[in-house]
Write a protein that binds this ligand. Structure first.
Ligand code: ADE
Length: 422
C-alpha cells in the first residue's frame, strides 16, 4: 500500500506519527472494543461489506475504524462536524492504516457536504452515522442506492430524533439501529462523557475558575445531567433550564435551581446548551445577559445559540483566544466558545476513550448484527438487542476487574413466577 492510492482529504499526512501514538494511547482505555476487534479479525463479519462512517474523527473513532477494518470491511470515514476532526488522527488512518478519510478540522460547510457526497459515492451497505447527515442525504438524494443499504446505525440522540421524523414521514426504508439508546451508550457516554469533556473544553478554552461561578445548563437530558453534575462538582452554582416537566422536576430534586431562561439569563456567568433544540438562547436572552457572560453549546448541531441574532446585535467580533470569540455590543461584550459548535470536540478532545469504548462496541456489534440479520429486519428505528447491551457491560466490568453476583436458581424461578406473593 502506498498513501497515494488511498483516497483521502486530510490536512497534512506528515502529522501521522503523532496521530498513531495518540490512537494507541486511546486504545489502551478501550478493552471491550479491543476484544471485539480480535474476534472480528478471526471471523471477518464484514468481508465484502462497504461501510461509510460519519463520526467525529478522534483517537477513539480511529479505534472503531480499525475494528471495522479488522473485520474485513471496506471502510471510509468522514467527519460528522466541521470542527471536531483531529488532523493527526485523520493523517494516521490514511498513512499508517490505509483507511480512506475525508475530514479536516475547520473545514467549511461546502467541504463538509462534499465529504457527505464522498461517503455516499462509496456505495455503502452500512452507514455508521453521528447526527444522521449521511442517512438523510441518502434518502433525499440517492434513491437509486437504497437497494444497496443493509441498514444504518446512529450514535446520537439528535440523529435518532431525525430518524423517527423520517419514519413518521414514511421515508425510512431500511432498519436503523438506535445505538444511542443502548444503556451502555447513553448512561455513560452522554452523562459522564459529555459531562467531563464539556467542562474540560471550557477550562482548556478559557482557563477560568469554575468554583463560585453561576453556570446555566440548558437541558436536563442525559448530557445535561452530566454537565450539571460535573459543574457542581467543581464548585459552581448550577441553574438548570428545561421544557419537559418530569426532567425539570428531576433537576429540582437533584438539588439544582430550575427557572426559565429569561430569568437565568440575568444570573449566569457561563451558559451551556445541551438540548438538541434550536435557538434555546436567542436575542431576548442575550439582551439580558451580564457583561462578559460566556456561552457555549454541547448539543449536536450549532443551532442552539442564535448566533445570527448575536452578530446583528454586535458592533464587532474578535478572536481573543483559540475557540474564544468576543462579541462587542454597545454596552457589554459576550463571549462565545467554539463558534457555538459542540464545544467538547471543538475546544477539547471529546469524550474520553473509556466511555467511547462502550459506545463504539455498540456501533461495531450493531453493524455486525445488521449484516447477520440482513433481509430479516423490518425498516424502522430498532433498538440494540438487549443481549448485546448486557454483554458490553459484562465485558467492561471484566476488564475493570469487577465481579458481580449471579442469581441463584431459586431467584431465577422467583423473578419468572407470578404465583408467589404476600
Ligand atoms: N463524541 C463525543 N466524544 C467523542 C469522541 N471522543 N470520539 C468520537 N465521537 C465522540
Amino acid at each position: 500500500m502506498t498513501v497515494t492510492t488511498i483516497k483521502h482529504d486530510v490536512k497534512d499526512l506528515s502529522l501521522a506519527s503523532q496521530g498513531n501514538k495518540r490512537i494507541a494511547w486511546a486504545g489502551r482505555e478501550m478493552p471491550v472494543l479491543r476484544q471485539i476487534r480480535e474476534r472480528f479479525a478471526q471471523e471477518q463479519p464484514f468481508k465484502g461489506i462497504r461501510i461509510s462512517a460519519c463520526c467525529h474523527v478522534t483517537t477513539e473513532t480511529a479505534n472503531l475504524a480499525l475494528t471495522l477494518q479488522a473485520g474485513g470491511a471496506d471502510a471510509l470515514l468522514i467527519a460528522s462536524n466541521p470542527l471536531s476532526t483531529q488532523d493527526d488522527v485523520a493523517a494516521s488512518l490514511v498513512a499508517d492504516y490505509g483507511i480512506s478519510v475525508f475530514a479536516i478540522k475547520g473545514e467549511d460547510n461546502a467541504t463538509y457536504h462534499r465529504h457527505v457526497e464522498v461517503a455516499l459515492d462509496h456505495h455503502p451497505n452500512i452507514i455508521i452515522d453521528d447526527g444522521s447527515d449521511v442517512t438523510t442525504a441518502l434518502v433525499l438524494h440517492r434513491s437509486a442506492q437504497l437497494g444497496e443499504i443493509i441498514g444504518t446505525t446512529e450514535e446520537t440522540t439528535t440523529g435518532i430524533v431525525r430518524l423517527r421524523a423520517m419514519l413518521a414521514d414514511g421515508r425510512l426504508p431500511f432498519p436503523a439501529i438506535a445505538v444511542n439508546d443502548a444503556e451502555t451508550k447513553h448512561f455513560f457516554d452522554n452523562r459522564y462523557g459529555t459531562g467531563q469533556s464539556t467542562i474540560d473544553a471550557v477550562m482548556r478554552a478559557t482557563n477560568i475558575l469554575l468554583a463560585g461561578k453561576v453556570i446555566v445548563v440548558a437541558g436536563y437530558g442525559w448530557c445535561g445531567k452530566g454537565v450539571a453534575l460535573r459543574a457542581r462538582g467543581l464548585g459552581a452554582n448550577v441553574i438548570v433550564t428545561e421544557v419537559v416537566p418530569v426532567r425539570a422536576l428531576e433537576a429540582v430534586m437533584d438539588g439544582f435551581r430550575v427557572m426559565p431562561m429569561a430569568e437565568a439569563a440575568k444570573l449566569g456567568d457561563l451558559f451551556i446548551t445541551v438540548t438538541g433544540n434550536k435557538h434555546v438562547i436567542r436575542q431576548e436572552h442575550l439582551e439580558l445577559m451580564k457583561d462578559g457572560a460566556m456561552i457555549c453549546n454541547s448539543g449536536h448541531f450549532d443551532v442552539e445559540i442564535d448566533l445570527v441574532a448575536l452578530k446583528n446585535m454586535s458592533q464587532d467580533v474578535r478572536l481573543v483566544r483559540p475557540f474564544v470569540q468576543e462579541y462587542i455590543l454597545p454596552h457589554k461584550s459576550l463571549i462565545v466558545l467554539g463558534e457555538g459548535r459542540l464545544v467538547n470536540l471543538a475546544a477539547a478532545e471529546g469524550h474520553p476513550a473509556s466511555v467511547m469504548d462502550m459506545s463504539f462496541a455498540n456501533q461495531a456489534l450493531a453493524a455486525e448484527y445488521l449484516v447477520k440479520q440482513k433481509g430479516k429486519l423490518a425498516p424502522g428505528v430498532i433498538p440494540v438487542p438487549a443481549d448485546i447491551d448486557q454483554e458490553i457491560a459484562r465485558l467492561k466490568l471484566q476488564a475493570m476487574g469487577i465481579a458481580i453476583d449471579r442469581m441463584t436458581e431459586e431467584q431465577v424461578t422467583y423473578v419468572n413466577s407470578w404465583t408467589e406473593g404476600t
